[in-house]
Each structure stands twice: as C-alpha cells, then as structure tokens.
Design a protein around this ligand. Sequence first.
Ligand SMILES: Cc1cc2nc3c(=O)[nH]c(=O)nc-3n(C[C@H](O)[C@H](O)[C@H](O)COP(=O)(O)OP(=O)(O)OC[C@H]3O[C@@H](n4cnc5c(N)ncnc54)[C@H](O)[C@@H]3O)c2cc1C
Length: 353
Amino acid sequence: MLRNTRLDTLITLPFALMTVGDGLRLYGLDGDKRLKTFLDMQLKLYSQVDAEETALLYAATALAVSQSPQGLFHLQRSMQVLSDRLVEALEKYGGKLLMRHTVEKIHTASGKVTGITVCNPKTGRVWTEKADEVVANLTVQNLVQLIEQEKKVRNHSLSLKGYQRRVDKLPEASGAFVIYLGVKREAIPTDCPPHLQFLYDYDEPIGENNSLFVSVSKPGDGRAPEGQATITASSFTNVNFWWKGTNEDYNRLKQQYMEEAIARLGQYFCLTPETIIHREAATPRTFARFTGREKGIVGGIGQRVSTFGLFGFATRTPVKNLWLVGDSTHPGEGTAGVSYSALTLVKQIKANR
Ligand SMILES: Cc1cc2nc3c(=O)[nH]c(=O)nc-3n(C[C@H](O)[C@H](O)[C@H](O)COP(=O)(O)OP(=O)(O)OC[C@H]3O[C@@H](n4cnc5c(N)ncnc54)[C@H](O)[C@@H]3O)c2cc1C
C-alpha cells in the first residue's frame, strides 16, 4: 500500500471514514432536500444504501466524479454487450463456459483448495474437478455454504468460522422486483431519455413500492424490433416477502406488484392493451432460480463505511488459492464493477506466480 501511495492520494485520507451525508454537512448542503433526494436515488442503485450511509469515496467513484471525464455514461446497446465480450474473451483464451451446471462443493485439504464437485442437473452427472486455484464468482453468502469444513485443521477451521461470522453479521441485502415490457414505439413519449427514475412519495425512503428505476431501449439499439421498444423497470423489495406462504400467495403478490408497476409506468408511458405486446416480471424467487443467489438477493454488500474499501470483503479468502470475485468484493455491483474485481484478481494471481 505504502509503495502505491502518492502525495495526491493522501488528499483522500480525510474523507476515508466519511459518508456522503457527512460531505453534505461539510459543505452546508444537508438542508438541500432536492439535492439529497437526487443523491439518494442515484446512490441507492449502486451502494444499496442512501446518501446518509454511503461511503463518500465509494460515491465519488460510483458517480464518476473522482476523475475526468466526469459523469456517468451509457453503454451503447446496453450492458449485455459487455457480458457478450467477456464470454467471447473467455473462449478466445481457451476458457470453457458450461451453462446450467452447479458447483456443489469446494474441496480443501490442509486449508488449501483442491477442487470442486460439479453437477449437471439435467443429466444427473456429478464429478469432481481437481484444481490448483479456484475463483468463485458467487455472493460471499453462497461461498461460505460451499466450502468444505475440515475438522482436523484447527487454524483453518477457526479462520473459516471468523469469516462465516463476518458474513452472518452483514446487514440484510436488498432484493429487486423487475418488470419487463415489450411495447409499440408509440407508447414511448418523444424525447424520452434512456434512463428515468421515479420517486412516488418524496417524504418516504426509497424502499418498497416507492420508486421505479426505468430503462428504455433506443430505436436501432438491438433490444427491440423496428417500431417497438423495451421498458425495463425495477424497484427495491425485501426478499423475505417473497418466500412466505403458498404458491398461490406468491403468484398473487407477483400479479399485484406487476399491476401496480404498470399503473405507475402508465402515468408517463402510453400503456394500453394495444401498445403492450409482451409483459413479464422477475421477483427474488426468479433471481434465486436463475442466478443461484441466496434468497435472490441482488447488488452485493452495501457500500457503507464499515463494508467499503479496507473494511470490505477481499478477493482472498481464508482458504489458500480459493479466490472470490463478483459484487461482494471491491468495487461492488455493476457488470463493469465485477469485471474490474476479476481483473484485480488476475493481477494478484499472476503476481503470486
Ligand atoms: C434489476 C437489476 C438491474 C441491474 N442493472 C444493471 C445495469 O444496468 N448495469 C450494471 O452494470 N449492472 C446492473 N445490475 C447489477 C449487475 O447485474 C450485478 O452487479 C452483476 O450481475 C453481479 O455480477 P456477479 O458476477 O457478481 O454475480 P451474478 O451476476 O449473480 O453471476 C454469478 C453467476 O454464477 C452462477 N452461479 C451461482 N451459483 C453457482 C453455483 N453453485 N455453481 C455454478 N454457478 C453458479 C450464477 O448462475 C450466475 O450466472 C442490475 C442488477 C439488477 C438486479
């Protein structure tokens, strides 16, 4: 760290333990409700928490104000392009991508990773893959469930227990309810920006049912056929709501959220049975099913001062040669963010060798 510290890096030191709320107070802007609400809306998407709780240095990076060119930008043809490039690169350099396979166990011996057990649920085939290094692209909550417990290696078990305790103490993570609409282009107002955020009750926190974060496809961006468009709207939700009751309760809740979201979107877009071509929704149960994330949590761990930077989860784990990437590690969520965490790890592994 010391070797990499430059004089201008030291400028950030006084801000290292501050939140955005502290920053606003420092500038006498904490009474500016409009600015604070704007920051809450922007930050909650990335850091999971509002301006009062978000670490200031994280916010500076997430909102791209820490270096020029300043400000956020939109990736043409959406984040899917970045994901597609990652798959292309993986295959180009000899990697093999197995879809619909589950890693059921991460094996260790003497505190060091030795391999994984993989299952193909479709064929029922289960096999063990030996490995010198394992990079887990999971939430840290999922990771601890997969690591084999070794009873005989005392120090190893102790450090794993400490790691597990840290995971258990993490504040509850957010879930998302997402509605995906395929519409006729005339449903979209002219000059509609590609991203919108709606807040319904200015005096309430941005939680359950109080906000919608919306993305709209642009003509010719590949997301919808000519003359049509996609509208994707998401809101925060408590994951526990979705795991209670019977299947009928779940379907009723999903239908109710879907109708409410369409009614709210209808205040801005022209949504009628004639303009809506396709609709579907995703709940925490959907995210759990398709991404394996525990309870369907999204967005990584919140970027509070206590869980950001030095206090966050590292790519190193208590198990030697078992690494963690993804949105539980620095710099947190986002397709670009998790790619950055993976890039950092590649450099670490190369340096180790
Ligand atoms: C509604 C919503 C909208 C978003 N919008 C954006 C956006 O516009 N831009 C942006 O940058 N980010 C966005 N994000 C955030 C982004 O999707 C996440 O931060 C990112 O996908 C996290 O990547 P990850 O690799 O850490 O985890 P994941 O994307 O969850 O990837 C982990 C992968 O591991 C697989 N897996 C899990 N368990 C196992 C197992 N045991 N064995 C084998 N495989 C397993 C999963 O199937 C999954 O494919 C959004 C998130 C949500 C929920």
